[in-house]
Design a protein around this ligand. Structure first.
Ligand code: ADP
Ligand code: ZN
Length: 628
């Protein structure tokens, strides 16, 4: 076993690295710069925590999430790491103590905010302590291209000059190519190891439904998940209050969270949620970036999100522990009107245009009959081979029809016109419209000209939209260039893969016109959660089925271990997941360890946690077995 693997088990309790962790850790320990785009839950913290242990010295972690720092430090300490943080929320005494520890070389992992790093005095102190490596979390915040640009991140651009020989690693969960290039340039990373993980969150189930009575739809969803932590997103403060009240009426403990609350109230509610005291938060989008809770089991969007990017990030807050989670998005014509109204009031022309484009993308996602996961991944320039099996479309909840032949006609038109044109021109060719451009280029003489005359213009426009959202066609660079075939597009063209769309794509394609037919979407599902095997595609053993149903009678043991975890967490004043993740508890339920060696074999149990919590958990398990 390699030294890194030994540290991985001893300190973190894991037997195997997740995808890309090993190469990142090795490069960072060896002193190389790194750029890593890993999705939420991908295990970024380990990529700088393990080097801090294995490589020694002082690792600086820059993070914008001040509210989260204390939890991050608690979690690292629960694994026996010498972690500390410095930011503006710290009391003077605490800060002094951290400085003392730093001076004495007793800190290996120091979390700091970007504003702290901008202070000259702090930089001098750092130079004196000696920094071994620098990790930058949420690195996309440095880029204006990103959706979360933060001016205070700009100051990080001078780190390279200040610490010329210290390796810098940038981590982000949200990076398109342009953000990636920008981050690398802004931080002056030198020949960095660039890692882009798949953005597929295979443990998350996606569902979209049209609003009928959104309050009831939300309540119905949450009732199926009673007792499990989750977040409902609403677009207005009023809606969060109303929804939270409605849930409470039905006996579900829920708290609203929005910008209208005092800072103190917000802090308190967030903490209650993170510490498993209140299971449901109903929030505006202001909530979330500061949430590092690994056992969020479901996410509901009670209104249409503003962009696919934010939808992906918000749904991504579920299932960080890798366990299955379910999401639902409810949307209606009013949502579109509200967003449009908001857009119309924007001053900046290009901002308005970008927002309108984002709205179109999100609508296309909601309205189309293409596998949701394929669409989300296509948005991140990633292709998903075939259908995912874990979304409403793949499950057959939305009425779809095979459109392989129609897609082939469009794809063929794209190829025959040299992969240089946009969707409208392809539709003109397929429907046999002799526009000036069609005549000029001689496209009226192509065999594909007019092959789609039988269907309406609207039909073909919606097919083109679906073909694009499914990632069969993609624009080479930027919005202006034409469509090129992707590998997946080629497979469909050759008949090696099929393509389905929402039934009656035409009616669905014009949502703003109001009057939803409700033929395609909104298939009313009531009761019964998703059979969990649908949530665990592929034979990946790491994604075994730990759902309560599969655990059967063992649910009782799980609940006991959870209560024990909560008790210990309260005694120590730390979030429960920093003791053990849900996943670790479920492994314990399955393995039923009764001695220290068996306990150590459970995922998430390292030597430190064995010493700290082993006795208590083993006693609980033994008592359970004795009573069974
Ligand atoms: P991110 O910051 O990328 O969203 P985290 O660092 O919070 O992700 O990790 C998500 C979860 O995955 C945590 O519960 C963490 O303990 C767990 N994890 C990280 N690396 C591994 C691994 N190699 N094996 C098993 N679980 C892991
Ligand atoms: Zn799917």
């Amino acid at each position: 076993m390699s030294e890194l693997r030994r540290v991985l088990k001893r300190q973190f309790g894991f037997t195997d690295f997740r995808a890309h962790q090993k190469e990142i850790v090795e490069a960072f320990v060896a002193g190389r710069d790194v750029f890593a785009a890993l999705p939420t839950g991908g295990g970024k913290s380990l990529c700088y925590q393990l080097p801090a242990v294995a490589g020694g010295g002082l690792t600086l972690v820059v993070s914008p999430l001040i509210a989260l720092m204390k939890d991050q430090v608690d979690a690292a300490r629960a694994n026996g790491l010498a972690a500390a943080c410095l930011n503006s929320t710290l009391g003077e005494e605490e800060a002094r103590e951290t400085y003392r520890d730093l001076a004495a070389g007793r800190v290996s992992l120091l979390y700091v905010s970007p504003e702290r790093l901008a202070l000259g005095s702090f930089r001098d102190a750092l130079a004196a302590f000696g920094v071994t490596r620098i990790a930058i979390d949420e690195a996309h915040c440095i880029s204006e291209w990103g959706h979360e640009f933060r001016p205070d991140y700009r100051a990080l651009g001078s780190l390279r000059a200040l610490f010329p020989s210290v390796p810098i690693a940038a981590f982000t969960a949200t990076a398109t190519r342009s953000v990636q290039d920008d981050v690398i340039a802004q931080l002056s990373l030198q020949k960095p190891l660039v890692v882009r993980a798949s953005f597929d969150r295979s443990e998350i189930f996606y569902r979209v439904e049209r609003k009928r009575s959104v309050g009831n739809q939300i309540v119905g969803f949450v009732e199926r998940h009673r007792g499990e932590p989750g977040i409902v997103y609403r677009s207005t403060r009023r809606a969060t209050e109303e929804t939270a009240a409605l849930l409470r009426q039905r006996g579900i403990d829920a708290a609203a969270y929005h910008a209208g609350l005092s800072q103190e109230e917000r802090r308190e509610r967030q903490e209650q949620f993170v510490h498993d005291k209140v299971p449901v938060i109903v929030a505006t989008i202001a909530f979330g970036m500061g949430i590092d809770k690994s056992n969020v089991r479901w996410i509901v969007h009670g209104d249409l999100p503003k962009s696919l990017e934010s939808y992906y990030q918000e749904t991504g807050r579920a299932a960080r522990d890798g366990e299955p989670a379910e999401t639902a998005l409810f949307y209606g014509a009013n949502d579109i009107a509200t967003i449009r109204h908001h857009i119309s009031r924007m001053e900046d022309d290009s901002e308005r245009e970008r927002s309108e484009q984002r709205l179109q993308e999100v609508l296309r996602y909601a309205e189309s009959g293409v596998c949701r996961r394929r669409q989300l991944l296509a948005h991140f320039d990633e292709q998903h081979p075939g259908n995912c099996g874990a979304c409403d479309i793949c499950r057959g909840e939305v009425e779809t029809e095979d459109a392989t032949v129609a897609a082939q006609k469009i794809l063929s038109a794209a190829v025959r016109t040299g992969q240089r044109f946009g969707g409208r021109h392809l539709v003109d060719v397929v429907t046999g419209r002799a526009t000036d451009r069609v005549i000029e280029r001689g496209h009226d003489r192509l065999p594909t000209f007019g092959v789609g005359r039988d269907e309406s213009l609207e039909y073909w426009l919606s097919i083109v939209r679906d073909v694009e959202s499914a990632g069969l066609l993609a624009r080479a660079d930027g919005r202006q260039s034409g469509f090129r075939l992707t590998d997946e597009g080629r497979r469909v063209l050759k008949g090696k893969a099929s393509f389905v769309v929402r039934r009656s794509a035409v009616a669905a394609g014009t949502p703003a016109g109001g009057g939803y037919s409700n033929r395609g979407g909104g298939s009313a599902r009531s009761g019964g959660s998703i059979p969990s095997e649908r949530l665990t595609p592929g034979g990946d053993p790491a994604r075994a089925d730990y759902s309560p149903a599969a655990l059967g009678g063992e649910e009782a043991l799980f609940q006991r271990l959870r209560r024990l975890r909560t008790r210990i967490a309260r005694e120590r004043g730390v979030p429960p997941y920093t003791i053990f993740s849900d996943k670790s508890l479920k492994v314990m339920v399955r393995n039923r360890p009764t001695d220290r060696r068996a306990f150590l074999r459970c995922s998430g149990v390292g030597e430190y946690k064995l010493e700290e919590f082993g006795e208590a958990f083993l006693r609980e398990i033994r008592e359970f077995l004795a009573g069974e």
